[in-house]
Design a protein around this ligand. Structure first.
Ligand SMILES: *Cc1c(COP(=O)(O)O)cnc(C)c1O
Length: 230
């Protein structure tokens, strides 16, 4: 048929996934962490059906989504993955829908949402596992509890019998992420929490060095997103 294109095709999602898994394994080994101790969350926000299907076919089984409604629509078209995680901000009036859809909610960051999640847990007799999001850079436009307020929120959530298992952060885009990862790890350690969701496509190896148990990868697996969607 036509002569071969001068532009090589972009790597497939399967190839990107294999590459990311290999880099995670190398980072685990380099930090003396057991193989398989870091979970890769594939972030499928804004991705078309075929991209999600390709990731599932390539063996991804833990997925992250930013918006409740968008996630509900997307995942109605795919088999239920092993784990679906909410990684975007949650409005209290969507707490019921989020509890219905997600296995883990990573973005508990304020008392109003705590109350809504506790009331859902009461009604349903169970709750998604929870992470508290910490605004490590204290950026006014960003979700998350302030670092010096985190201990209190964690204590109140546990006192309400909510299953808080760890912390999540998104460091400021214009700063070195390491101090933010270290700050998050310190808050988790002093509160006896074992799960640390930190590190994205640009910085996940640094996050693993500093103790991440979950890294959230979007563009590393799916290529650049068309629209900015942090
Ligand atoms: C979009 C997003 C990610 C993935 O970002 P990449 O840089 O594409 O890996 C991770 N975490 C959160 C909270 C996000 O919104």
């Amino acid at each position: 048929m036509a002569a071969s294109s001068p532009i090589p095709p972009p790597p497939s999602i399967a190839a990107r996934l294999a590459g990311a898994r290999a880099r995670i394994a190398t980072a685990e080994a380099a930090s003396g962490r057991p193989a398989g101790s870091v979970t890769m969350t594939a972030v499928t926000k804004t991705q078309p059906h075929e991209a999600v299907a390709a990731a599932i076919a390539a063996g991804a089984d833990v997925f992250g989504e930013n918006r409740v409604q968008e996630a509900g629509a997307r995942w109605a078209e795919h088999p239920r993955p092993r784990e679906l995680r909410l990684i975007g901000p949650l409005q209290s009036n969507k707490a019921a829908a989020a509890c219905e859809l997600f296995d883990v909610i990573e973005t508990l960051d304020r008392d109003g949402l705590l109350t809504a999640l506790a009331s859902e847990a009461q009604k349903r007799g169970r709750s998604p596992r929870l992470l508290v999001q910490v605004n490590t850079g204290e950026e006014p436009q960003k979700a998350g509890v302030a670092p010096d307020q985190a201990d209190g929120l964690i204590a109140r959530a546990l006192a309400a019998d909510l299953p808080v298992e760890g912390l999540m952060c998104i460091p400021p885009a214009d700063q070195a992420p390491e101090p933010h990862f270290a700050l998050l790890a310190g808050i988790a350690a002093r509160n006896g929490l074992s799960v640390l969701s930190m590190g994205m496509s640009e910085d996940f190896e640094a996050a693993i060095r500093l103790g991440a148990t979950h890294v959230r990868l979007g563009s590393a697996l799916f290529g650049p997103r068309p629209a900015p969607g942090r």
